[in-house]
Design a protein around this ligand. Structure first.
Ligand code: PMP
Length: 285
């Protein structure tokens, strides 16, 4: 695999980063994951805009322009022959060669930028989407700025492991009785035919797929309600699903062992997945 590190395209085993990098020592970094379908980038504009916002919220300089970023994404897709898969991008604050809690000087410390691809044949035609996924609920004990897409993914990783140990696929997190989001996706239920999902705040990541799916749903005259919902409400819902750049719209058919409806992916989730795949391909670049 060819990867990108700080201006260079290199074989993955030749990419080098300092052990003092604050991304490594302090999770002082942000990331984006953009999916690739038919060799093209899905929702690139949205991911570029969110990266911009994550960087500015953390007062981190941008390592390159949006056009340069697009060029790097495209070049890696080309070099690695990615038809279906993902491009991962990470920017960290870098380091001034020492470990200190205080941020290093912004003018003299270059951020670190790394990109690599992951080939995922079958991303669109995913058997899990046909079968539906099972989730468990766990406490949301993450920090209070979940709207910034940082690389602090330890608790979400633990959540996935808890799900796996329970024979499920993922975990939905709960705070003050309400579902915040999945470990790596936004969470939805369908109630009385309405799509219900938590509104945007610093409690959740502002999903790029969420924004697109809600727009397509409204354009298709489907009703959308942005509000918090409890796990009990979710267990009694007609349907549930999640969205993310790497799984698109993913039906959820079981929550904490309770099957939803007849235990198969519901019509709203299936339709939204189809619409999302069709529509987002039209703006793929
Ligand atoms: N919430 C969390 C916590 C996530 O990690 C992700 C995916 N990175 C999402 C939501 C979905 O965001 P997106 O649609 O931009 O992939």
């Amino acid at each position: 695999r060819t990867v990108y590190v700080n201006g260079d395209y290199v074989p993955e085993n030749e990419a080098v980063i300092s052990i003092f990098d604050r991304g490594f020592l302090m999770a002082d970094g942000v990331y984006e994951v953009t999916s690739v379908l038919g060799g093209k980038l899905i929702d690139f504009e949205g991911h570029a805009a969110r990266l911009e916002r994550s960087l500015s919220e953390l007062d981190m300089p941008h390592p390159c322009t949006k056009d340069e970023m697009l060029e790097i994404h495209r070049e890696l897709v080309r070099l690695n022959g990615i038809e279906e898969g993902l491009v991962y991008l990470q920017v960290t604050r870098g380091s001034d060669g020492d470990r200190d809690f205080v941020f290093p000087d912004r003018e003299t410390t270059k951020p670190t930028i790394v990109l690599f691809t992951q080939s995922k044949p079958g991303l669109a035609d995913n058997p899990a989407a046909k079968r539906g996924t099972k989730v468990i609920s766990i406490d949301d004990i993450r920090w209070g700025r979940r709207d910034i897409k940082t690389v602090q993914l330890l608790y979400p990783s633990m959540g996935k492991m808890m799900a796996k140990a329970a024979g499920a696929d993922d975990a939905w997190m709960i705070e003050d009785g309400a579902v915040t989001e999945g470990t790596s996706n936004n969470a939805y239920i369908v109630k009385d035919g309405k799509i219900v999902t938590r509104g945007l705040s610093s409690d959740i990541l502002h999903g790029i797929t969420r924004a697109a799916v809600l727009r397509f749903a409204r354009e298709a005259q489907m009703e959308v309600e942005e509000r918090a919902f409890t796990i009990e409400e979710a267990k009694a819902a007609e349907e549930a699903f999640s969205t993310s750049a790497s799984a698109f719209v993913m039906p959820v058919v079981e929550i904490d062992g309770v099957p939803l409806g007849d235990g198969t992916p519901g019509p709203v989730a299936r339709r939204l997945r189809e619409i999302y795949l069709d529509e987002s391909l039209k703006t793929a670049i």
